[in-house]
Design a protein. Structure first.
Ligand code: GLU
Length: 374
């Protein structure tokens, strides 16, 4: 097979397919829809675009295969659905891409794979090897083994992590909505489509509210989180409807469909991208005014003395958010201590760490090398 040069603005594209797209809003898997999506991806692939799919739908496929069983609302039951659905889904992708002479490769990831530097690098190498081999990677969360605390939880955020990991130019979040609206279009007839977003702010997040499709896991809120992560990682992000004809090639060629989010001004270097990708939303720290200035102006580390408050829960090694006293997120970084330890160290001088804890991992809560300013 020959690969022609690719003249479009984007060359490496991550496409996230929500369950509602793959089932066309029903409870059954839509093979015609899947055929159509594969055709669009294959057209681009043959023109030299690098395509990565993040596909949901394992659970929906499992339900269909097991003929919609009545199951207890327990994690193992859901994991059983994924275990049945995932290989079936992959078999379909494999068969349909094969029509075009394209091979697919499966990658199942968890948050732990993106948080540990070593595992992150492994995942990145595999992804790059697949792309270089002209294989289309098809990624999903490794639902069958992920307990709540190591899950990403939704494929919107997972696809943003993948886009960051892969250094993608474009992340397309395909869903059953035409894009992001000023309000929920199902309840508010005055709601308007937002074609272009320069900055994700509070107003936008409030508008996205809890709009969920009821089929997949994510809604507009997780799509905005994803857009935030991926644009910071240097990708353009588009939310668009999977039913628009030829939506994927048209977006790849720069056409305006749905809602587009502009990428951050520069692509962060590799290690900082990892910090963005492995980010957890389970805990955060508010720093005092002095620490906020020191972080922003002098590129300092965060010391215990600058910690004003600790919220939620996180482990040593997790990437967490730092907020200034005005409540604005100013940085993300890798915590040297877990949430309980930071609470005990809050406000103390670094020389007291050993006496307060009986051990120490270093004098910083977050070292400057493990910190990315936003
Ligand atoms: N991993 C889930 C599945 O394949 C989908 C998660 C999501 O919809 O965001 O069913």
């Amino acid at each position: 097979m020959t690969f022609a040069p690719n003249p479009a603005p984007y060359s490496r594209i991550v496409i996230k397919l929500g369950t509602s797209v793959l089932t066309e809003g029903t409870r059954n898997f839509s093979r015609p829809r899947l055929v159509e999506i594969v055709r669009q991806c294959a057209t681009l692939h043959q023109k030299g675009f690098e395509i990565i799919l993040v596909s949901s739908g394992a659970m929906a496929a499992g339900k269909e295969k097991l003929q919609f069983p009545t199951l207890p609302p327990l994690v193992p039951a859901k994991q059983m659905l994924s275990a049945v659905g995932q290989p079936w889904l992959m078999a379909l992708y494999s068969e349909y891409f094969d029509i075009y002479g394209i091979l697919v490769g499966q990658m199942l990831l968890t948050r732990a794979d993106l948080q540990s530097r070593k595992r992150y690098l492994n995942a990145r190498h595999t992804l790059h090897a697949l792309i270089q081999g002209h294989v289309v990677p098809i990624i999903n969360e490794n639902d069958t083994v992920t307990a709540e605390e190591i899950r990403v939880g939704d494929n919107d955020n997972l696809s943003a992590m993948v886009a960051t990991l892969a250094e993608a130019d474009l992340l397309v979040l395909l869903t059953d909505q035409p894009g992001l609206f000023t309000a929920d279009p199902r309840t508010n007839p005055g709601a308007e489509l937002i074609p272009e977003v320069e900055r994700i702010d509070e107003r936008l997040l409030a508008g996205a509210g809890a709009s969920i499709t009821g089929l997949g896991t994510g809604g507009m809120a997780t799509k905005l989180q994803a857009a935030e992560t991926a644009t910071r990682g240097g990708a353009t992000v588009v939310i668009a409807s999977g039913s628009v004809p030829d939506v994927i090639p048209r977006l790849a060629h720069g056409e305006s469909i749905g809602t587009r989010f502009q990428p951050g001004s520069s692509r962060p270097e590799n290690r900082k991208r990892w910090l963005l990708a492995g980010y957890t939303r389970s805990g955060w720290i508010t720093v005092d005014a002095g620490a906020a200035t020191a972080l922003a102006r002098r590129g300092s580390s965060l010391l215990p003395i600058g910690v004003a408050a600790v919220e939620g829960d996180f482990d040593r090694g997790d990437t967490i958010s730092l907020y200034n006293p005005q409540g604005r997120e100013i940085a993300r970084g890798l915590s040297n201590y877990n949430a309980a330890e930071v609470r005990r160290l809050q406000g103390c001088h670094s020389s007291e760490i050993e006496t307060r804890l009986g051990y120490q991992y270093g004098e910083e809560v977050i070292h400057r090398n493990d910190l990315i300013l936003l």
